[in-house]
Write a protein that binds this ligand. Sequence first.
Ligand code: HEM
Length: 258
Amino acid sequence: MAILNFLRSTVLSKIVMATTGVLLLLFIIGHLVGNLQIYLGPEPLNTYAQFLKSIGEILWVVRIVLFVSLILHIITSLYLSSINNAAKPVKYQVVNYAKAKINSRSMLVTGIMIFAFVTYHLLHFTFGITNPEDYAHHELTVKKAYVLPGNVSEEQLKSMPKDCFVEQNILTERHDVYKMVVLGFRNPFISLAYIVAVVLLGFHLSHAIKSCFHTLGVTGPKFTPWMERCSTIFSIIITLLYISIPISVLLGLVGGAV
Ligand code: HEM
């Protein structure tokens, strides 16, 4: 297959890993910003979720790009790790080789676990399959609409004075994402699963960002230690912000009214 021939070059594979990794990272940051709206209450979170659904085609384009990135990221990582495993250690490189091998193995293990988590997460919050009782909630919202009594043509509409329009309240139903998340995280086992998965994601991210800079050759005696520290701090912040959500629900700091 053409794609496999393309990925067979190690340099290209690393570029694919870095590019798809950056796209996935952007999603992780964006998703976090969206999720943090839970701290503002049900209205902002549900409005945000409703907005995402309303952009229809754009959302599907983003989903497809992310899905393709994820698949390419996984295939390429398996390929690179098979090359790494096949490499023979040279005597004087034993220490570095061993370290690289542990790193690439832990990346593979955390990567597989994150993939398993995302699969579970989609079944849980996106498709409502694992906990349908949490997913099933909807809330009614009132939307204002301006309508005209009777039928008018498009031409007449343009010249209509504003006071011809009658304000009406229209009841609409939307998915209660806030309630679903709160009910989901009230289960300590579910919260624990999310916390463990996000901590693994943090480790994965921290190493991935560092190796991305190495791959792109952006290194230097002063820059590399600084970049590695920033990458660790960044990953810790992302992890803490994500896990703060299940922890806040468990402690009753969020979702008290649900
Ligand atoms: C505390 C942590 C998290 C919370 C509260 C959370 C919340 C949610 C919710 C509510 C949805 C469904 C949105 C909807 O259909 O209206 C969702 C979808 C999703 N989440 Fe998360 N999430 C969390 C962590 C993560 C992490 C760490 C990842 C990735 C590693 C992730 C990846 C996804 C993906 C891929 C979707 C599907 C997006 C789509 O439908 O287009 N989530 N999440």
